[in-house]
Design a protein around this ligand. Structure first.
Ligand SMILES: Nc1ncnc2c1ncn2[C@@H]1O[C@H](COP(=O)(O)OP(=O)(O)OP(=O)(O)O)[C@@H](O)[C@H]1O
Ligand SMILES: [Mg+2]
Length: 342
């Protein structure tokens, strides 16, 4: 790809790891698969876990390390955008798997690699027919199956692979990757905005890169520093001070005022009830409460959340939230020694 094309790529692609060194926050997995390759004993692999944690990047980087310039001939990559019904499995995968590479150098391995990305979206008929193909062509092929949810895969398919779960990437690993991008793209971002970005990404590196790029685009060519408000606005997450204001009103004001305050924030700042619940729970976790009481309000709020997901009436659900939290505080005041912030 020419330099100009690379410059125009979205950052998630521009900064996709080129080799295993650049895969951050998945050290155990990277070390293990590397050892497999060094000893020449690569099993069939299954990578699963939440989005943006490096599954596709790791296998592509691994394939590049194994095959070097021969990468294109030795690897078949199929993802959800390709048709992967039973016919493709029968024909395309079979014909790729059944041919042996004649001109292999001594250093390059004899086996080919078939990457099935987003395999949880494959039909069950296609997954079923894969089982036999995997066994039949193990001599000259290795399969790597990538998925978000392992429970959507055929158990017999899973049992043919060595499983690796990609966990959400820890904040420090995202920070070191993002810092790299910040320097290379000359992004000006305030330290608290960077912390908020890492926290809100929730272990999804793709999300953090996308948000950073959107914020950088919003500043344009002006010398503007990316601040915490821009991060919240871009992610569409409610600002912590809004959540605190709502919770304070529930804790301190009478019922009607609390209801009106909640409504005001919902309409003016576009807060969603579900986000409010998540925010309240995060703050209330730092309160010292009687465990029974905590279970009680958590159960209540989770019921409300379920009600909202089923299309429950917004007014009734917000009243319920106020009621649950107020009741918890009343129990607490009448029971074990009141509440105190940690
Ligand atoms: N562990 C990581 N180290 C470095 N960059 C990463 C990592 N994980 C994700 N990224 C960045 O995020 C982008 C998306 O990652 P990738 O495609 O590997 O995610 P994925 O786990 O396959 O997600 P999905 O389940 O949605 O397919 C990459 O292009 C890369 O820029
Ligand atoms: Mg992927």
């Amino acid at each position: 790809m020419s330099n100009k094309n690379i410059e125009n790529l979205p950052w998630v692609e521009k900064y996709r790891p080129e080799n295993l060194e650049e895969v951050h926050g998945q050290d155990d997995i990277v070390n293990t698969v590397r050892r497999f390759v060094e000893t020449g004993k690569l099993p069939h692999l299954l990578f699963y876990g939440p989005p943006g944690t490096g599954k596709t990047s790791t296998i592509v980087a691994l394939a590049k390390e194994i095959y070097g310039p021969n990468f294109r001939n030795m690897v078949l990559e199929l993802n959800a955008s390709d048709d992967r019904g039973i016919d493709v499995v029968r024909n395309q995968i079979k014909s790729f798997a059944s041919t042996r590479q004649i001109f292999t150098s001594a250093s390059s391995p004899q086996f080919k690699l078939i990457i099935l990305d987003e395999a949880d979206a494959m039909t069950s008929a296609a997954q079923n027919s894969l089982r036999r193909i995997i066994e039949k062509y193990t001599k000259n092929c290795r399969f790597c199956i990538l998925a978000n949810y392992s429970h959507k895969l055929n158990p017999a398919l899973i049992s043919r692979c060595t499983r690796f779960r990609f966990h959400p990437i820890d904040e420090e690993s995202i920070r070191s990757r993002i810092n790299n991008v910040i320097v290379r793209e000359k992004v000006d971002i305030a330290p608290d905005a960077l912390n908020a970005l890492l926290h809100l990404s929730q272990g999804d590196m793709r999300r953090s890169l996308n948000v950073l790029q959107a914020c950088k685009a919003a500043t344009g060519n002006r010398d503007e520093v990316i601040d915490i408000d821009m991060i919240y606005n871009c992610i569409g997450a409610p600002h912590p001070q809004d959540i605190e204001a709502c919770l304070n009103s529930i804790l301190k004001d009478d019922w009607t005022t609390a209801y009106l305050t909640l409504n005001k924030y919902k309409t003016l700042n576009g807060l969603a009830l579900v986000d409010l619940i998540t925010g309240f729970i995060e703050i209330l976790q730092n309160y010292e409460l009687n465990p029974k009481n905590r279970i009680h309000y958590l159960k209540g709020l989770s019921d409300v959340e379920y009600g909202i997901s089923k299309g429950g009436n917004d007014k009734i659900q917000s009243s319920a939230i106020i009621g649950i939290i107020k009741q918890a505080m009343e129990y607490e005041a009448g029971g074990v020694g009141g509440i105190a912030s940690k």
